[in-house]
Ligand binder design. Structure first.
Ligand code: GSH
Length: 203
């Protein structure tokens, strides 16, 4: 059995869980609920960065971060549907996935500004800097939506970023990028794992 250290609300962990579900590998993975605030638990021994998700293989070896875990799952259980094998398609898909990932990273940093700083320390300049990444990223993505097809890794990463923004409300992406609304509805219909990986707290 593989062990995935994760929380049910992490967008990066959700991406990994969706990939595992699509590849039929979900029942090979035990989810070990992990909070990154727990500094004495196993996470920091497994991943010195103290970030989730982290996967522990049967031989005890760790795999992180989420992008490498996805590569591992695709290599072990996949057939090129998540990350294409053809080099041109592969690197285009990985580049778009990196863009969705960057949007997710910036959304997380916006949330963390409120979590890790006292109210009088919050930097609007920094928030605007991160929000710029989100808006430029989503603007580019909404003009290239035909390349974000499920079950490709770019589409999965994008869905997880949008789901995270719905939950944490860093911006009203539904109003700013209306074409992403039917896109996420279509993703929801095409990928049953989307509903299966929704955290109760996200409602
Ligand atoms: N690049 C990492 C990002 C993971 C990440 O930032 N996870 C957040 C939770 S959603 C985390 O562990 N934050 C704790 C921290 O940054 O200390 C990945 O793709 O796995």
């Amino acid at each position: 059995m593989l062990t995935l250290l994760a929380s049910v609300t992490s967008p990066f962990a959700r991406k990994v869980r969706i990939v595992a579900d699509i590849l039929g590998a979900a029942d090979r993975i035990t989810l070990q609920p992990t909070t990154t605030a727990d500094i004495t638990g196993p996470l920091r021994k497994i991943n010195p960065l103290g970030k989730i998700p982290a996967l522990v293989l049967e031989d005890g070896n760790p795999i992180f971060d989420s992008r490498v875990i996805v590569e591992y799952l695709e290599t072990t259980f996949g057939d090129g549907r998540i990350i294409p094998r053809d080099p041109d398609k592969r690197f285009r898909q990985l580049t778009l996935a990196a863009l969705a990932e960057g949007v997710n990273d910036a959304l997380l940093l916006i949330s963390y500004e409120g979590r890790y700083r006292e109210p009088n320390q919050v930097s609007q300049k920094w928030l605007d800097h991160q929000l710029g990444k989100v808006t430029r990223g989503l603007d580019y993505i909404s003009r290239h939506l035909e390349e974000f097809k499920a079950p490709g890794i770019a589409a999965i990463g994008l869905a997880c970023a949008l789901g995270y923004a719905d939950w944490r409300k860093q911006l009203d992406w539904r109003k700013l990028y209306p074409s992403l609304v039917p896109w996420l509805d279509a993703f929801d219909k095409a990928v049953p794992a989307w509903q299966r990986t929704k955290a109760p707290e996200m409602d």
